[in-house]
Design a protein around this ligand. Sequence first.
Ligand SMILES: [Cu+2]
Length: 195
Amino acid sequence: MHSNTFKTTALAALAALFAFTVAAHGAIAAGSHSGGHDNDKGHGHSMAIGEPGDPAKADRTIAITMSDNFFEPEEIKIKEGETIRFVVSNKGEFLHEFNIGTAAMHAAHQKEMAEMMEHGMITATGIDHKMMKMDHGGGKMMMEHNDPNSVLLEPGKQAEVIWRFTKEAELEFACNVPGHYESGMMGPIHMQHGH
Ligand SMILES: [Cu+2]
């Protein structure tokens, strides 16, 4: 990593987002380095949130509607080991995110998104794709908010998240656009033992 070269807050946010992306892949322990108190820099402790799913192996589809500011349905029930194809639609007038993670991951991501908004990468209603695509680190920092466990959608947009819930964990789906989680845009993922 070249973290010492990232001086500005904006770049720190990008670096944190990158760390988050890698964490979502299970390659390193999760932990925002943007200065929060919720950092759990557990060395080698991988997040048990699951893994990107194979679309061809999806057990079923769950439609998720996002609006201002709530999800429909309000909770999700899945079985341990299931691969779910989430078809996510933003039917509201604001930017919304569907993100699968632990409460701590969402809290960390909210800080990152607040910084992204502060620096114009996102607005209340949209994404500045030019800002998001800025390359600040030799090709490694291409930021498009395309973590496999989440999708960020402008009004009217639809996208899929294919996720495999590998083992039981305390998970939530949430929108981390500033202010939305606090206003209730989150819900529990209830997981049943698969055996
Ligand atoms: Cu939202």
